[in-house]
Design a protein around this ligand. Structure first.
Ligand code: SAM
Length: 386
């Protein structure tokens, strides 16, 4: 094994045998250095959320309970205990992981503030309630969302690494896991996030809990989201109003939301009349709260984090995104038109100058959001191309 440092936490992790460095799951206990950014943001986001909890004066810091339900080496929970300063439970059903978690608790001197458990995550989450539930399983979180929703009181943090099913690249797997139909379009990364958020909202609703997405971010390899829990039937019904479907026209690129679960959806594209495609049910509401992004950025400043600059850039982009579902990709439109692409900032400035709203997205460097109709977008791109 070797010792690695993330933030101010030291963790002993196994070194996989030389020929099995990939996938990381081949090691006796899992540790993926590629997820440091995800864990750094987790420290800042959890710290920001705990500050919110404490400011409501319903809880003392020492009363807040966080669970890292799929802990492996213990790194997530240890970082929360040591760097945020709240109690953390680290759970993993693997005997090797359980032993390693206990060793890592000792290395960090966090015996007082932590607990190690060795259970099926679903059992633990049905047995105990936690203010903050963090689920970071292999692949899909779908089989654990019910138990996580039952357990959680204040914030549910979810990682999904099954981006292919979520994004529509593995369609049947996506339908099985999320009871929703994704569409594999140029905005498949946003599709994946919204399919996951829709599934979370429906699982939470069974337990009469609504949700407010505080922060979400997507890379090629994973989707990560932080959901504030809004208890009660009223909040739950309000949350479900933000579920619906997304229409996509494969011919002209038109896209648009339809709110509701049992809804009438026109088969023909309102712009070009071609047959449309439908994705959903999925989340159509905002996937981050601007004020929370600001609080996370402030926390990034006070914690010593290796990925600070990258995290700040990502969350700043997230913060600035318009709340209009399904981004456009400038390159895809340019290709269709035979036009050349300008810098994304120029395109956004021109859209704004024409009276539309427009923003970049954190999903990709060539993507943008706007309330401009597709016909106007194409005209502007054509004109910019000269
Ligand atoms: N959170 C860790 C990190 O940031 O390094 C990585 C967790 S790893 C992706 C998933 C872990 O979940 C593995 O260690 C595996 O043993 C454990 N696991 C898988 N299914 C489980 C279950 N049903 N209950 C408890 N642990 C489980």
């Amino acid at each position: 094994s070797k010792t690695i440092v993330e933030g101010t936490t030291k963790v002993s992790v196994p070194v996989p045998p030389p020929d099995t460095t990939f996938p990381p799951s081949a090691a006796p206990v899992f540790y993926n250095p590629e997820m440091e950014l995800n864990r750094d943001i987790n420290v800042a986001a959890t710290a920001a959320f705990v500050e919110r909890l404490l400011s409501r004066k319903e809880l003392l810091r020492e009363e807040v309970r966080y669970v890292d339900a799929f802990s492996a080496s213990g790194i997530r929970g240890l970082r929360i205990a040591g760097e945020v300063g709240i109690h953390a439970t680290m759970n993993d059903w693997s005997p090797e992981a359980f032993e390693l978690i206990k060793e890592n608790i000792k290395i960090n001197g966090l015996e007082e503030q932590t607990q190690a458990t060795r259970k099926n995550a679903n059992v633990l989450l049905h047995e105990q309630k936690f203010h903050i539930v963090d689920i970071d399983p292999f692949g899909t979180p779908a089989p654990f969302l019910d138990a996580a929703s039952a357990s959680v009181r204040s914030m549910l943090s979810v990682t999904a690494t099954d981006t292919a099913p979520l994004c529509g690249a593995h369609l049947k797997a996506g339908i099985r896991k999320y009871a929703a139909v994704p569409l594999n379009t140029e905005y498949h990364s946003e599709m994946g996030l919204r399919i996951l958020l829709g599934a979370c909202a429906r699982e939470l609703a069974k337990h009469e809990k609504g949700m407010l997405p505080l922060l979400s971010h997507v890379t090629r390899h994973y989707v990560r989201t932080y959901l504030e829990i809004l208890p009660g039937t009223k909040q739950t019904d309000r949350t479900l109003k933000l579920i619906g479907f997304s229409i996509h026209c494969p011919k002209c690129g038109f896209r648009g939301p339809v709110y509701g679960l049992a809804v009438h959806i026109e088969k023909e594209c309102p712009v070009c009349g071609a047959l449309t495609q439908i994705a959903g049910p999925l989340w159509l509401g905002p996937f981050r709260e601007q004020a929370f992004c600001d609080e996370v950025i402030s926390e990034l400043e006070v914690h010593p984090l290796n990925t600070k600059d990258k995290a700040k850039k990502l969350i700043t982009l997230c913060r600035g995104e318009l709340d209009i579902p399904m981004f456009y990709d400038q390159h895809v439109i340019c290709k269709e038109l035979g036009a050349s692409a300008t810098g994304i900032e120029i395109l956004i400035e021109v859209l704004k100058a024409q009276g539309f709203e427009a923003s970049r997205t954190h999903f990709s460097g060539t993507s943008f959001r706007t309330d401009a109709p597709i016909t106007e977008i194409k005209e502007i791109i054509r004109a910019l191309s000269g």
